[in-house]
Design a protein around this ligand. Structure first.
Ligand code: ATP
Length: 325
C-alpha cells in the first residue's frame, strides 16, 4: 500500500485518507497511464537541417483533462469519465511545402491555436501524425524541433537584461554584427543605435521601456537570429498605432521570407497573400484554397471575409488611419 500511495500522494499532493474513499487503484493507474508526457524518445532523430515541409495527417486531438494532467484533485480522478474533454481537432489533414505561407482562419474556438501548438509539440496528438521535415514530431529530438520552429506571438516577453542578452537567447554565439543585422531586418536598428548604451541598454521596468510594437520587433530580431525554417505566427490583434503596425509588418515580411509559415491570420493582407488558406470550423477543415476562389465559393470563408477581414484591416496600414473603415 505504501508503495502505491507514496508516488501518488507525491504527485497529487492530496491526503491518503480522502483518496481511499474516492478511487480504486485500477482507476488511478488508468489515469496515470493517460497522463501526457512530452518526452524525448531514446532513439529520437534530428529533423533534417533546413527542413521546411509541414504535414498533418488525420490529426485528432482533445485536451487532456485536468485530472489527466496533474491529478490535481481527487474529485477529478474519481470522476474521470465526466472530465474527459471533447475532441477539439477531428481529423485535420494538410501539407505545407517549404517556403509556403498558410493562413489558418476560422471562428473563435475552431481549433486554430491548438493546431499551431501541435506543431511545436506543446501537446501530442491524440491520433494521427504531425510531420516536420518528414519526421513525426514525437520521434524528433526536442532540441532539433526547437531549432526548426520559431514562434511569434503578440505578447513577446523581454527579460530585464541588456538588449544583447535578450537577443542572444536565440543564438548565444552571435557576434555584435549579427545582432545589428537582425535588428536591421526587424526594423529596429535605428532605435537601438539612438540609445546611449546601444546593445548594452538594459530593458524593462528600471531600464529602457520598449513600446508594444518595438518589443515585437525585438522579438522578430530574435527570430531572425534563430533562423528557423518554419515560423508559426499568431497575428491576434495588437492594437498598435499605424506607424508601429507598419514597421512590424515590414519586419515580419523580412522574417517570413523564404520560410514556411503557418499564420493564425487576422489581417486581410495575410489571407490575400497566403499560398493556401485553411478554414477551420469545429475542429475540421471545411474549406481550403486561395482568397479569391474562397470568396467566390460563397461559403464560411466568404462570411468570415465579410465579417472579420474586410472590416478588421485598417484600409491602408501605411497611412495615419487608425480605425476600421
Ligand atoms: P480563437 O480564435 O478564439 O483563439 P481558436 O480557433 O484558436 O480560437 P483554440 O484556442 O484552438 O481555438 O480552441 C479550440 C477549442 O479547444 C475551444 O473549444 C477551447 O475552449 C478548447 N481549449 C483551448 N485550450 C484548451 C485547454 N488548455 N484545455 C481545454 N480546452 C481547451
Amino acid at each position: 500500500l505504501t508503495r502505491l500511495y507514496g508516488p501518488l500522494t507525491a504527485l497529487s499532493n492530496v491526503r491518503v485518507d480522502v483518496m481511499s474513499a474516492l478511487v480504486s487503484f485500477d482507476r488511478v493507474f488508468e489515469v496515470l497511464d493517460l497522463a501526457p508526457s512530452i518526452a524525448e524518445k531514446p532513439d529520437a532523430v534530428d529533423i533534417p537541417a533546413g527542413a521546411g515541409r509541414l504535414e498533418f495527417r488525420d490529426v485528432r486531438f482533445r485536451y487532456p483533462s485536468a485530472a489527466e494532467v496533474s491529478l490535481a484533485s481527487l474529485e477529478e480522478v474519481a470522476t474521470l469519465d465526466r472530465t474527459v474533454t471533447e475532441p477539439v481537432l477531428r481529423g485535420v489533414s494538410f501539407a505545407v511545402q517549404p517556403g509556403q505561407m498558410v493562413a489558418l482562419v476560422g471562428p473563435s474556438g475552431a481549433g486554430k491555436s491548438t493546431t499551431s501548438m501541435l506543431v511545436s509539440r506543446i501537446y501530442d496528438v491524440t491520433d494521427g501524425e504531425v510531420l516536420v521535415g518528414g519526421v513525426d514530431v514525437r520521434d524528433a529530438k526536442l532540441a532539433s524541433l526547437r531549432d526548426t520552429i520559431g514562434v511569434v506571438t503578440q505578447d513577446s516577453h523581454l527579460f530585464h537584461e541588456t538588449i544583447a542578452d535578450n537577443l542572444r537567447y536565440a543564438k548565444p554565439e552571435a557576434t555584435d554584427d549579427e545582432l545589428w543585422s537582425a535588428l536591421r531586418g526587424a526594423q529596429v536598428e535605428e532605435l537601438v543605435r539612438s540609445l546611449p548604451d546601444g546593445l548594452d541598454t538594459v530593458v524593462g521596468e528600471r531600464g529602457y521601456r520598449f513600446s508594444g510594437g518595438e518589443k515585437q520587433r525585438i522579438a522578430i530580431a530574435r527570430l531572425l537570429l534563430k533562423a528557423p525554417s518554419i515560423v508559426i505566427l499568431d497575428e491576434a490583434t495588437a492594437h498598435l498605432d499605424s506607424e508601429s503596425e507598419a514597421a512590424v509588418q515590414r519586419a515580419l515580411s523580412v522574417a517570413l521570407s523564404g520560410r514556411t509559415a503557418l499564420v493564425i491570420a487576422h489581417r486581410l493582407s495575410t489571407v490575400r497573400n497566403a499560398d493556401q488558406i485553411l478554414v477551420l470550423d469545429d475542429g475540421k477543415i471545411v474549406e481550403h484554397g486561395r482568397h479569391d476562389d474562397l470568396v467566390a465559393a460563397g461559403g464560411l470563408y466568404a462570411e468570415l471575409y465579410r465579417t472579420q477581414f474586410a472590416v478588421a484591416d485598417s484600409p491602408a496600414p501605411y497611412t495615419d488611419a487608425v480605425g476600421p473603415e
